[in-house]
Design a protein around this ligand. Structure first.
Ligand code: FES
Ligand SMILES: [Fe+2]
Length: 418
């Protein structure tokens, strides 16, 4: 249980708030590369502020949405080789936000223009996404987590949902919900609706769970009834990636769950999935498909007959910002407690002028994170169950990906692998 003030400190993401200062140490996806290829400007709301993202011949940029002249939206600006020009009166800004030209006043002084700059971040492309950093200089490295740079077919279901990002992060260190929400509740809904229940998610009873802090967040381990301590779920586990992701998968499916804090009460959730099963040749294939997922139906009811729809129901139904002043935290919430501690430690680090955890300053080729190879001890059925009964069911390439995993499993059998 937290006080109202502690809850606000942990959940507010705007500029000048303690957590807002922590979150401004990281890079966030603000567009799909595809979107800016189709049209070179896009609005992005990030950490409670509105931005215009754009693509020039030289690269990507991000500036505050409001033009400093008289407040028109820079989203409707003209993209030039070296900057963005406001569509209203033609004031031009370079990617660093300097006002470099006032169209109607060619003789404007440099001194006047200096006072007319626009807040700017930096942006670059990786893994089919455009990433932005809007914190203080010097910017840390954009971490090249394996998901974004590995070979494999990318499949990204996404939605903006009306809740604070922290309750989604708490879910990442809450293994028991898999047994209840994706097991018992799924069975209940399947029975009510007469729809199928995926075999891989039924009957996963937890014997114990454990959490270890590491340099990118918290590794979560589970031991299910019937497993021994040599199982991947216990020995390897998978991590909450601080402060807005979880790396999960197994059996040839690799997924970074990305939760971009849009503002205090909205989060852009992305299920960034890479299909790369052993036995399939995906070398050099990094195509990237994105699509919206349904989480609420025409009658305003949650769509709960698939895995991530169940998660979204839980996250959103906790309230726009979960009321932690009234909860009853107990032994089985040990991961949630560890998560809050890590966020509080990050606030302290930043207030003392240090980098919080998972800020990467060293240039690197790839950051590899722990991940189970075999999930819940299941074979390729885990992958096909996830495609059929998870957010990937909305993917335009769902059948193709299912076939990819079936063919890969057949190829592995031929080679005598499991
Ligand atoms: S409002 Fe942007 S140039 Fe006038
Ligand atoms: Fe879940």
């Amino acid at each position: 249980m937290l006080t109202k003030q502690q809850n606000e400190e942990l959940t507010q993401v705007g500029p000048g708030t303690p957590m807002g200062d922590v979150l401004r140490h990281y890079w966030y996806p603000v567009a799909f590369v595809r979107e800016l290829d189709e049209f070179p400007t896009k609005k992005a709301r990030l950490l409670g502020e509105d931005w215009a993202v754009f693509k020039t011949a030289d690269g990507y940029g991000i500036v505050a949405e409001r033009c400093p002249h008289r407040g028109a939206s820079m989203v409707f600006g003209i993209v030039e080789t070296d900057g963005l020009r406001c569509g209203y009166h033609g004031w031009k800004f370079d990617p660093a936000g300097n006002c470099v030209e006032i169209l109607a006043e060619p003789d404007s002084s440099a001194k006047f223009r200096e006072g007319c700059s626009i807040p700017a971040g930096i942006a670059q492309e990786m893994g089919g996404l455009v990433w932005a950093y809007v914190g203080e200089a010097p910017a840390p490295e954009l971490p090249r987590y394996e998901a974004y740079v590995m070979d494999g077919i990318r499949d990204i279901g996404h939605a903006v949902i009306p809740c604070n990002w922290l309750q989604i992060m708490e879910n990442s260190v809450d293994p028991y919900h898999v047994e209840a929400l994706h097991g018992n509740y799924f069975e209940f809904i399947a029975a009510q609706q007469g729809t199928p229940m995926p075999g891989s998610f039924g009957g996963n009873r937890h014997e114990k769970v454990a959490f270890d802090n590491f340099e990118h967040g918290i590794i979560k381990r589970r031991l299910l009834v019937g497993q021994d301590e040599e199982s991947d779920d216990w020995k390897i586990g998978h991590p909450l990636v601080f402060p807005f992701k979880m790396w999960v998968g197994g059996n040839g499916v690799f997924q970074m769950q990305i939760r971009v804090p849009v503002d205090d009460t909205h989060t852009h959730v992305m299920f960034y999935t890479v299909h790369a099963p052993e036995g399939a040749d995906v070398s050099g294939d990094t195509r990237c498909v994105d699509y919206p997922i349904d989480w609420i139906d025409d009658n305003d009811r949650f769509v709960v007959d698939y895995i991530e729809g169940q998660d979204i129901m839980a996250w959103v139904s906790q309230g726009e910002v979960a009321d932690r002043t009234n909860e009853k935290i107990t032994k089985s919430d040990v991961g949630v407690v560890a998560c809050r501690r890590m966020f509080r430690d990050a606030i302290r680090a930043v207030s003392e002028g240090r980098d919080p955890v998972a800020v990467v300053r060293e240039p690197h080729d790839v950051v590899k994170l722990p991940l189970e190879r075999s999930k819940f001890g299941r074979g390729s059925q885990f992958a096909t169950d996830w495609i059929e009964h998870g957010s990937m069911r909305y993917s335009p390439i769902a059948s193709e990906m299912k076939q990819l995993h079936l063919d890969a499993a057949a190829a592995r059998t031929e080679l005598g692998q499991t």
